[in-house]
Design a protein around this ligand. Structure first.
Ligand code: AMP
Ligand code: MG
Length: 347
């Protein structure tokens, strides 16, 4: 799906005194990477950290967006099938390396080459529609992580078939969390929140009341956008969510949503309604993994997804909500939930 170029919009820009030991807290919100990004930080260098963090998000968007001419993705897609290697920014190369590793581990449930299918369905845009079986077969023939080659020595990549394309919609925001977090670290920020569209969040330290950050997980079926399924308190952790309620349309009683099963070429109807993953900041690439994994685990479905998560490094926890609204927690995650809505019992 083409990411829209959105003009810079500043909703909130606040400088407050408060938080820990009267250090200044700053919060800014802008539209970037196709989402509402809100960065807040407390510390003597908080203004610089937030300003530089937002700048970094714009730079990353310019590298990762398929609709920005000259982005790494644009170059890779343009060169698809012609045999040439395309040199990438180190952040993008690293993202592709991790992505390929998880495509292998999930047997292709996670696949950044789903671009042609994402474009075909166009879910979340005015062009969204149910394609024909033939169209799905044609797009599927252009999907396959095995046809994305990486060359570590030159930090380059190439797509082997003409017509192939990449889609970072399920991973780029998570990668951006890690990048902004590095900027916060450089500026000595210990307390803050990096919130990218509420679906990918990194929480540092404590909130202004000196407590863990309380992240509400959206109720997957309520019309009320503020209704929650549960609240997860986090500190120095990344949290991501995915679900069939984020972008979808309904036709003949079927919900067509934006998470694609690369094996069928259609939305992943594998029994999940949503999932949430929390990863300790000590795990490498915590933000990127949380984003990638929510999408991958959603495609795997409740049982396979739960089993897959159990074998991931310690520090990775979470839960899957199935279509019957039952929660499937991983590594005792139910113990981390507060204010759980009783409509969602634990399996
Ligand atoms: P998320 O909301 O993080 O689950 O990401 C969903 C987005 O990831 C979609 O809008 C697509 O851009 C992309 N996507 C969909 N299905 C897949 C998949 N199986 N593997 C990788 N990316 C996907
Ligand atoms: Mg994701």
């Amino acid at each position: 799906m083409k990411a829209r170029m959105i003009a810079l919009l500043v909703f909130v820009s606040a400088l407050l005194l408060g938080g820990c030991g009267q250090q200044p807290t700053v919060q800014k919100t802008e539209m970037v990477m196709d989402t509402v990004a809100t960065l807040s930080a407390t510390g003597t260098d908080s203004v610089a950290a937030v300003t530089e963090g937002l700048k970094r998000l714009k730079d990353l968007e310019a590298m990762a967006s398929p609709s920005i001419e000259g982005s790494d993705v644009d170059k890779l897609t343009a060169a698809a099938g012609n045999g040439e290697w395309v040199q990438l920014h180190p952040e993008i190369y690293h993202m592709l390396e991790v992505s390929q590793q998880y495509s292998r581990l999930t047997d292709g449930a996670w696949d950044v080459t789903t671009g042609p299918l994402v474009q075909l369905w166009s879910i979340g845009t005015d062009q969204a529609r149910v394609p024909s079986v033939t169209e799905i077969a044609q797009a599927k023939a252009l999907v396959g992580w095995q046809n994305l080659e990486l060359q570590p020595e030159t930090q380059s990549a190439r797509l082997l078939k003409p017509g192939m394309s990449l889609d970072f919609g399920g991973i780029a925001k998570g990668m951006a969390l890690d990048e902004v977090r590095k900027i916060y670290e450089k500026h000595g920020i210990k307390d803050g929140l990096i919130n990218l569209g509420s679906s990918s969040i990194y929480a540092l330290g404590r909130n202004s009341k000196g407590h863990e950050w309380r992240i509400g997980i959206r109720h997957p079926r309520s019309e009320d956008k503020d209704a929650t399924l549960a609240v997860v308190p986090i500190s120095d952790q990344a949290l991501s969510t995915s679900g069939d309620y984020e972008r979808f349309f309904e036709q003949d009683g079927q919900r067509y949503h934006h998470i694609i099963n690369p094996h069928t070429g259609a939305p992943a109807w594998t029994g999940a309604m949503g999932d949430t993953i929390v990863i300790d900041g000590s795990v490498e690439d915590a933000g990127m993994l949380s984003d990638l994994l929510t999408t991958a685990v959603f495609v795997l479905g409740p049982e396979k997804g739960q089993a897959f998560m159990e074998q991931l490094p310690e520090g990775v926890t979470g839960m899957i909500v199935d279509q019957q609204k039952k929660l499937h927690p991983v590594r005792g995650f139910e113990g981390q939930l507060t204010d759980r809505n009783e409509e969602f019992p634990i399996e």
